[in-house]
Design a binder for this molecule. Structure first.
Ligand code: ADP
Length: 255
C-alpha cells in the first residue's frame, strides 16, 4: 500500500513530512485567526521544493511549526524538530548575526560544542567568504550577511536546508548572485531544500517541485513538478512555465 501524502510524495524516506490539520491563533482580545487548514506535504531526499503563497497565507506559521518553534497546532512533523539532530539548517530573512562577533565566530557559535573547532575552509571558500572571515557583520552588505547566514545554516551538514524568502530586499545583481550560490551549493552537496517565497519566477528558476498554497487558511492547491534540469532552464522556458501555471491556478499565480 502506498503511504503517499496529499502531494504524492511517500512518507517513507522523506527528509521532512509536515501534516498540519489545523492551526488557529487565539487571543482574548480578538477573533480567532485560522492560519493553516489541512496542509500536508513532504520533501524527498535531494529535492528542492518551493512553497509559494500570497502574503498572509500562513507560510511563516508553517515554517515556525516545522522548526518546532510553535507547538500549538493539530498535526505532526516528522522528524520531530524538538529532537536534537533533526538535521535542519535554517536561513531566516533577517540574517540575525551577532554584531560583536566576526563572520567566523558567528558560524562557529551555531555549531554544537563538540564541532566548534572543525575546519571551515571548504565551507567558506565556495561561498566567497574566505576574505571576510575575520570581519564583523557591520562591514558587510546585506547580500554578504545572507551568505554568512547560509554558511551558518550549512555548517552542521544539515539534511534539509530551509530558506525563508532569502532574496528579498536585495538589488537584482545581489539577488542573482546569491541565487546562483544557493543553486551551486545545493547541487554540489545534494541536500534537500525547502524554500518559502512569494516570487514565482524565482521558484521556477530553482525548484524541482512547486507547492502552491491557497490564501489563508493555507492549504495545498497544487503540487507541480518541474522536471527540466536546472542547468537547461532558460528565460523562454521559465516564461512559458509561468504562463501555464497562471492558467492552471488562477488567483494563486498572477498572469
Ligand atoms: P505569511 O508568512 O504567508 O505572510 P503568516 O504565517 O505570517 O503569513 O500569517 C498567516 C495569518 O496568520 C495572517 O493572517 C496573520 O495576520 C495571522 N497571524 C500570524 N501570526 C499571528 C499571531 N501571533 N496572532 C494572530 N494572528 C497571527
Amino acid at each position: 500500500m502506498s503511504d503517499a501524502g496529499a502531494d504524492g510524495i511517500a512518507a517513507t524516506g522523506a527528509v521532512l513530512r509536515v501534516r498540519v490539520a489545523r492551526k488557529v491563533y487565539r487571543s482574548a482580545r480578538s477573533e480567532p485567526v485560522e492560519a493553516v487548514r489541512g496542509l500536508d506535504f513532504a520533501v524527498a531526499p535531494g529535492e528542492v521544493v518551493c512553497l509559494i503563497g500570497p502574503s498572509g497565507a500562513g507560510k511563516t506559521t508553517t515554517l515556525r511549526i516545522l522548526l518546532g518553534l510553535d507547538r500549538d497546532y493539530e498535526g505532526a512533523v516528522e522528524p520531530d524538530p524538538r529532537e536534537a539532530g533533526s538535521g535542519i539548517g535554517m536561513v531566516f530573512q533577517d540574517p540575525r548575526l551577532l554584531p560583536w562577533r566576526t563572520v567566523e565566530q558567528n558560524v562557529r557559535l551555531a555549531l554544537p560544542r563538540e564541532r566548534r573547532g572543525r575546519d571551515l575552509d571548504a565551507l567558506f571558500e565556495p561561498l566567497g567568504l574566505t576574505p571576510w572571515r575575520g570581519r564583523y557583520p557591520g562591514a558587510l552588505s546585506l547580500g554578504m550577511q545572507r551568505r554568512v547566514a547560509l554558511a551558518r545554516a550549512l555548517a552542521d551538514d544539515p539534511r534539509l536546508l530551509v530558506l525563508d524568502e532569502p532574496f528579498v530586499s536585495l538589488d537584482d545583481a545581489a539577488a542573482a548572485s546569491l541565487r546562483g550560490l544557493v543553486v551551486e551549493t545545493v547541487d554540489r552537496l545534494g541536500m534537500s531544500v525547502l524554500m518559502v517565497t512569494h516570487n514565482v519566477a524565482e521558484a521556477i528558476e530553482i525548484a524541482d517541485r512547486l507547492l502552491l498554497l491557497s490564501p489563508r487558511p493555507a492549504s495545498l492547491v497544487g503540487a507541480v513538478p518541474l522536471s527540466l534540469p536546472r542547468g537547461q532552464r532558460n528565460r523562454s522556458w521559465a516564461e512559458a512555465t509561468r504562463r501555464d501555471l497562471a492558467g492552471r491556478f488562477p488567483g494563486v499565480i498572477a498572469d
